[in-house]
Design a binder for this molecule. Structure first.
Ligand code: ARG
Length: 499
C-alpha cells in the first residue's frame, strides 16, 4: 500500500511539474523589446481565432508589422473587450489593438495612437425584418457586445441619442458572435455592431440575416497605451507611418478586409446537402474535430490529476478523522479535517474555481488552478469514502490481528486496509466519473476543455445544435466506457474473495 501510495504521489508531482512547464510560458513585459498587446479576438476581420487556434486578423498582423518595423517582440493576449482598458491602466498590458474606437470617455483612461481605420455602426437584422434604420430600434430588443460603441449607441443614455425609448431592451454579450447567435435564434430583433464585423457575420449567415447600412457618425480605430507612455506612443505612431509608407498596410487591408472569407454558408436548399454542409462546417472547416479531441484530452487530464490529488489528500483527511476513533475522542486532527470537509462541501465548486484562479493565482496557470480546485474539492468526498471504507471492515478483523500479536499499525496495514480497499476502489471510480462531469465549468477560467471546445465552434459557425449534441455524446461515451471498466475491475476484485 505504502509503495503504491508513494508511486501515485510521485506521479502526481511529476504531472504537476509537467503542466507547470506547459502553462508556464508567461508573458513578461519587463525586458526592453517586448510588447504585450491585448485584444479581444471576437471581432472579425480585425481579430479572431483562426482555424489553428491562434489570434489572427488585420489588427494582429498590423501590430506585428509595426513591432517588426520598430524592433519589438509582440505577444498577443486575448481577453474580454471590456477588460482591455483596465489592464492597460494597471500595467498588465503595454497596449491594446482591438478595433477600439477613440472616444472621449476612453481618452480619460488611456492614450491613443494615430487612427488607423475609419468605421461606422451597422445594424444586423433577420432577412425579412421591417427594421430599416436606427430609429426603428426604439422599443425593440437589441443585442450588442458589452462595452463597445455599438452598446453605447443602443443604450438609451442621454437625449442626444437616436434611441431614447426606455422600453428598448439591450442584451449585452461578451462576444459579438454570441449577440449574432441570439439574433439568429430569435432572442432579439437586431444587433448593433461595427460595419466590417457586421459584414463578416452576415456573410457567414446570409441565408437568414442581412445588414442595414446606417448613416451613423464615423469612428476611428486606434491603438491604446497607458496614459503618459509617450515613448511607446511615439514608436507606435512612427511604426504605423512606416508600414503605411512601405505598402504593408494596404497589403493587409487587401488580405484581411477586402479579401474573401472562407466561412461562407451554403445556399443549397436540398436538406441533405444542407445537413452535410453543416456537419462539414461545424466539424471540418473550422477544425472543430481537433478542438473537440484536444478538449477531451484536457478534460481527461484535469479529472485524472484532480482525482489523484483528491485521493492523496482524501487519504490524509480520512486518517485525521479516524484519529477520533482510535483515541475515542475528538482530536485536533479530526477537528481540522471536519472543518475542511465542511467548508469544501458547503461551497459551490464554481466559486472555489474562481477563487483559486483569480485570487490565488492572479489569472494565471489556469490548468494548475483547475487541477488544484477539483483535487481539493474531491478530497473532501474521497475522505468520506476512505473513512467509510475502513470503518466497514468488521471490528473482529482488528481484534483478530491484535490477538495474533500484530501491532495496531501492522493490523491496519496487512489485515484491515486490503479489505477496505475493496470497499473503497469502486467508490473512487465513481468519484472520478463525477469529477469528469464537474470539470465542464473550467471554460470560465479560459481553459479549452471539451465543453469550451463546443463554445468555440458555436462562435465560429453560429450552429449551437451540432457542437452541443456532439459534446454530450462524447461525455456520455467516455463515462459509459469508464463505467464498464470499473464494473470489470470490481468483479475482478470480488473474484479474489472466493477461495
Ligand atoms: N469599435 C467598437 C468599440 O470600440 C467595437 C470594438 C470591439 N472590438 C473587439 N475586438 N471586440 O467599442
Amino acid at each position: 500500500m505504502k509503495k503504491r501510495f508513494r508511486l501515485v504521489l510521485s506521479l502526481l508531482v511529476l504531472c504537476l511539474l509537467f503542466s507547470l512547464t506547459g502553462c508556464g510560458k508567461s508573458e513578461s513585459n519587463t525586458t526592453n523589446k517586448t510588447l504585450l498587446v491585448g485584444t479581444n479576438a471576437e471581432f472579425p476581420p480585425f481579430e479572431y481565432i483562426n482555424n489553428d487556434g491562434v489570434e489572427d486578423g488585420f489588427d494582429i498582423a498590423l501590430i506585428k508589422a509595426i513591432g517588426n518595423e520598430m524592433g519589438y517582440d509582440v505577444t498577443i493576449k486575448n481577453m474580454e473587450f471590456k477588460s482591455l482598458i483596465a489592464s492597460i491602466t494597471t500595467g498588465g498590458l503595454d497596449a491594446s489593438i482591438a478595433g477600439m474606437t477613440i472616444t472621449e470617455d476612453r481618452k480619460q483612461s488611456v492614450d491613443f495612437s494615430d487612427a488607423y481605420y475609419t468605421a461606422t455602426q451597422y445594424i444586423i437584422v433577420p432577412i425579412n425584418s421591417k427594421i430599416t434604420s436606427l430609429s426603428d430600434l426604439n422599443g425593440k430588443d437589441i443585442a450588442v457586445q458589452e462595452g463597445t460603441t455599438g452598446d453605447f449607441l443602443a443604450t438609451p443614455a442621454d437625449d442626444n441619442e437616436v434611441i431614447t425609448d426606455s422600453t428598448t431592451n439591450v442584451k449585452r454579450f461578451k462576444k459579438g458572435t454570441d449577440a449574432v447567435l441570439e439574433l439568429k435564434n430569435g432572442g432579439v430583433d437586431a444587433v448593433v455592431i461595427d460595419a466590417n464585423p457586421a459584414q463578416e457575420f452576415v456573410k457567414a449567415n446570409k441565408e437568414s440575416l442581412k445588414y442595414i447600412v446606417e448613416d451613423t457618425s464615423t469612428e476611428e480605430y486606434a491603438i491604446a497605451v497607458k496614459q503618459g507612455n509617450t515613448a511607446l506612443l511615439a514608436d507606435l505612431n512612427e511604426g504605423l507611418a512606416r508600414v503605411k509608407a512601405n505598402g504593408t498596410f494596404d497589403q493587409l487591408v487587401g488580405t484581411y478586409i477586402n479579401g474573401t472569407s472562407t466561412t461562407d454558408a451554403t445556399t443549397s436548399t436540398n436538406p441533405f446537402v444542407k445537413f452535410v454542409d453543416k456537419l462539414d462546417r461545424v466539424f471540418v472547416q473550422t477544425n472543430g474535430y481537433m478542438r473537440l479531441l484536444n478538449g477531451l484530452g484536457i478534460t481527461i487530464s484535469i479529472s485524472l490529476l484532480a482525482v489523484l490529488l483528491g485521493v492523496a489528500l482524501g487519504f490524509v483527511l480520512a486518517l485525521m478523522k479516524l484519529s477520533e476513533i482510535v483515541t475515542g475522542k475528538k482530536t485536533i486532527f479530526s477537528r481540522i479535517a471536519n472543518i475542511y470537509i465542511d467548508i469544501i462541501r458547503g461551497t459551490p465548486s464554481m466559486v472555489q474555481l474562481l477563487i483559486m484562479y483569480m485570487v490565488v493565482f492572479h489569472n494565471r496557470f489556469g490548468f494548475i488552478a483547475a487541477v488544484l480546485t477539483f483535487g481539493i474539492n474531491s478530497s473532501a468526498y474521497v475522505a468520506e469514502i476512505i473513512r467509510a471504507g475502513i470503518l466497514a471492515v468488521d471490528n473482529g478483523q482488528m481484534e483478530g490481528g491484535r490477538s495474533l500479536g500484530f501491532s495496531y499499525g501492522e493490523t491496519m496495514r496487512y489485515i484491515v486496509m486490503p479489505q477496505a480497499i475493496k470497499n473503497i476502489l469502486p467508490a473512487l471510480g465513481n468519484e472520478f466519473i463525477t469529477l469528469i462531469k464537474e470539470t465542464a465549468i473550467v471554460g470560465y477560467i479560459a481553459i479549452q476543455d471539451l465543453t469550451k471546445a463546443s463554445d468555440f465552434i458555436i462562435s465560429r459557425t453560429y450552429e449551437a445544435f451540432y457542437p452541443l449534441i456532439a459534446i454530450a455524446i462524447i461525455y456520455y461515451i467516455l463515462i459509459k466506457i469508464l463505467t464498464k471498466l470499473l464494473n470489470l475491475f470490481e468483479r475482478r476484485l470480488r473474484k479474489g474473495d472466493i477461495h
